[in-house]
Design a protein around this ligand. Sequence first.
Ligand SMILES: [Ca+2]
Ligand SMILES: [Ca+2]
Length: 194
Amino acid sequence: MDNVQKVYLESGGNITANAGTLTLRNVHALDSLNLSGSALVVAQGGNGLMTLTSGPVISGSAAFDLNDNDLIAHATSLNQIVAYLANGRIISSAASGSGGLMGLGTSDGATFHSIWGSDGTFDGQLLNDADILIKYTIRGDADLSGRITTNDFAQAQAGLLFGLAGWTAGDFNNDGVIDALDFQILNTNYLAQP
Ligand SMILES: [Ca+2]
Ligand SMILES: [Ca+2]
């Protein structure tokens, strides 16, 4: 690991890396994020909402650690982002240290609007239907409100009943199905949430 470089970036733009560790500090807008090889990009904790104009595109064993921050990504798809979460290309070191309480919830803008209305905001931002959201939140927070309430149970029950897919329908472990494991997460974290 002697050759791993640690670089701090404090403004946005285009990031392309195939090795090393890059820490983003006070970076709220990026144009693109292209990671391959063994590159690791870490958003510093407490950075807040980040926006990404295009992508991300991540391959190899590279990863983007969103930490405890949220992301709005344009020009990508929810399926792609969920796949990155499932295979460890997008991670949260903050969630990893939370004992299963916290995770990265996902939605597209259209689904978010169906829950919160067309003027519903995400971290204070208005959204387009095609925007993809990632929120650092309690696992079980289906509607991305930041807490588990009866609404989250209702969304997960509807997701199970109607065979829906995705975090907003109750797939809190990103394994592609809504089943007893997800309800275990929901029930456990409902009781455990601060
Ligand atoms: Ca909620
Ligand atoms: Ca699941």
